[in-house]
Design a protein around this ligand. Sequence first.
Ligand SMILES: [Zn+2]
Length: 288
Amino acid sequence: MPFGEIAGNPEGTSYADRAAVRAAGVHPPLQAGIAGSAKTGAESIVVSGGYEDDDDYGDLIIYTGAGGRGGVGGPQIEDQKLEGPNLALARSCVEALPVRVVRGARGEAAFRPPTGYRYDGLYLVTRYWKEPGQAGHLVCRYELRKILSDGSLSPVPPAAQPPGPPPRARLTTERVVRTTAVVRRVKELHGNRCQVCGTAIKTPTDGYAEGAHIRPLGRPHDGPDVEANVLCLCPNDHARFDYGAIVLTDTLEIRDALQGTSLGQLRTAQGHSVDPRFVRYHREHFSA
Ligand SMILES: [Zn+2]
């Protein structure tokens, strides 16, 4: 499966129907909205207004994963899982693979083609999470941002502008490691020792650890910058935590979300306690 632009199909190319999109190699499946596999990542998506939870802002799309519906176009009847095509899009995020976006005529009025389908260029999946959809069941959500010809990301459209810290406009999915006064304090309390594995990385200046906001700051998660919402982690465990490979139970037991095994109890430090409400939020929104 080819990633990136397909020769002979520049941005703006129109197609009469899904069969034509498929024949061009721009989006092979005839029905599925996501093309790709969990192993390789997703090469393309179709945005056609099929999901009530999709939000199309043009250069920024909040796209909903597949599955959990009672038939094509039906309402959400169960939780979506981060597997199959949904895992493919998550992989595209982690590996920063470009995703071809095709819009259909039933999509958002401001951005849809008048008829049929149109190839609208390459996008980058900049984040993903799970949240309750309009029908109340968990859906997988993906933020996709348009990649410009110079390789940078298009600015976030005003309508999609979050009230929180401005998003980064770089072609990378490198996670933001935020250092706030609260983070510094938590790292101090733990002496830069990772609360998951106990590693304390020594550096010539002092030590190195990262502060992980359990419920992330900014839209759409709006977690608070308070000590009870911060963990002191090594970079490896920080990445595993952010991507949902490890989660915490309400009693702060560390679980390997992939193996389903226990990794023991979260390490504590005098003066720092973690609020189980944030831990629950993380578990519900980021575990596989
Ligand atoms: Zn660690």
